[in-house]
Design a binder for this molecule. Structure first.
Ligand SMILES: [Zn+2]
Length: 412
């Protein structure tokens, strides 16, 4: 059979195998094919194997010159749509103030909320575009983007519309897939306003988002200074009634029951986990919920890193994201997020690659990407070097020479 594309000259082709999330020790299992070739038909992988075994013909043959090839990365947690900047916060924190102090004082994230609310949908999409482009150049081929800087249902809808516009323009430009998540992020200060906001979210916002297909999932920031478990549960039950997946920002600063809630309700992922203890780790390990760690936040805020090593040793499935956002993680590289997970969260190179590919895909409910197997979308990265480990080794330079999405070279 003649295929559309044949990639040859691959020193190492490295991938996890099987669509399911890898847990515990299985996170170390990679298939490594030396002197490999891979063919693509209709944007999907048609065959993977040793080059010497190849017998078919291809429309186009590309020799990557002895470089290593890995799956396109999946960035499962970003806040890439925002307006304004947090450079003042950055300086304040460098002077000793904590993220929580800035949040509790009404600064920090609330300034992003104000600036985002003041921007049009078109402005928000235009501001986000170069951020998404940076993530793609760093190897991300599928990217989750959250709303969450709105204080009103209308502002959240505007953010989701901006993400929808961004997704359409990226699909046309390079084929990168963007998935939107509705994030219920920071509550109103007044208690009565909190109650009525939860009611509004459940009665108006979630039904509207579901009806218009504006998001695939609903996320809630569960934290002492944000939403409480009871409030989050109401929102999640509403999301589930509308057939939206659920996920949480939880256990970032305090353990207030977010992990337990997420596991109980079947969340796709519980994200952050910097403050997670033994009980939370064991709870996640015994569940189908993915433990998502975000090392950029630990680096930028100087908070403890999430217990990635302990989570994997306990048998959990771990994924890694950039958490790209202006306040707590201005990390514009998905490859760098994996490199940081090795240094800060104790992952091995193999575990980091799995965390940023197949496990990250599973954290978004996707089973057709994040690995180089027959039938998967042909999203892959050609590295600068012949050793795949460079993708999690290099700091401060991009290890990715070329990004291919759906069998098309889109960067590099
Ligand atoms: Zn986040």
């Amino acid at each position: 059979m003649k295929t559309d594309l044949l990639i040859t000259g691959v020193s190492q082709l490295v991938t996890a195998e099987g669509a399911e999330a890898k847990r515990g020790r299985a996170m170390s299992a990679l298939k490594i094919v030396n002197d490999a070739a891979m063919s693509v038909s209709g944007g999907r992988i048609a065959r993977v194997g040793r080059a010497s075994d190849w017998t078919g013909q291809a429309e186009t043959t590309v020799d990557v010159g002895g470089a290593a090839v890995v799956p396109g990365l999946i960035d499962p947690h970003t806040h890439a749509v925002w307006a304004g900047d947090r450079l003042g916060d950055f300086e304040a924190r460098a002077s000793g103030r904590t993220y929580e102090e800035i949040l509790a004082a009404g600064g920090g994230i609330r300034s992003t909320v104000r600036a985002t609310a003041a921007a049009s949908v078109e402005e928000l999409a235009a501001l986000a575009k170069p951020r998404i482009d940076a993530l793609v150049r760093s190897g991300a081929t599928t990217i989750e983007v959250k709303s969450g800087y709105g204080f009103t249902p209308a502002a959240e809808l505007a953010m989701l519309e901006a993400i929808e516009a961004l997704a359409a323009s990226e699909r046309a430009r390079c084929g990168a897939r963007i998935l939107a998540t509705l994030l219920i992020h920071i509550p109103p200060i007044d208690a009565a306003d909190r109650r009525s906001y939860v009611e509004q979210v459940c009665a108006e916002l979630i039904p509207e988002v579901a009806r218009r297909g504006l998001a695939a999932a609903v996320d809630v920031f569960v934290e002492r200074e944000a939403w409480q478990v009871g409030e989050a549960e109401k929102i999640f039950l509403c999301a589930k009634r509308h057939r939206l997946a659920i996920k949480l920002h939880s256990d970032q600063f305090h353990r207030i029951g977010g992990v337990e809630l997420g596991v109980r309700l079947g969340a796709l992922s519980v994200d952050h986990l910097e403050a997670a203890g033994v009980e939370q780790i064991e709870n996640l390990a015994a569940s189908q919920t993915i433990a998502m760690i975000l090392p950029g936040v630990s680096l930028h805020l100087g908070i403890p890193a999430a217990p990635g090593r302990k989570l994997i040793d306990a048998g959990a499935a771990v994924a890694v994201g950039t958490d790209l956002n202006p306040g707590s993680s201005p990390l514009y590289s998905s490859a760098a997020a994996l490199a940081l997970a090795v240094r800060m969260n104790g992952l091995t190179a193999r575990e980091a690659l799995v965390a940023g590919t197949v496990n990250a895909a599973c954290a978004l409910g996707l089973t057709d990407r994040g690995r180089l197997e027959v039938g998967c979308v042909a999203d892959f990265l050609v590295l600068y070097t012949n050793d795949w480990r460079d993708v999690v080794y290099m700091l401060g330079a991009n290890p990715v020479r070329a990004v291919w999405i759906g069998g098309r070279r889109v960067a590099g």
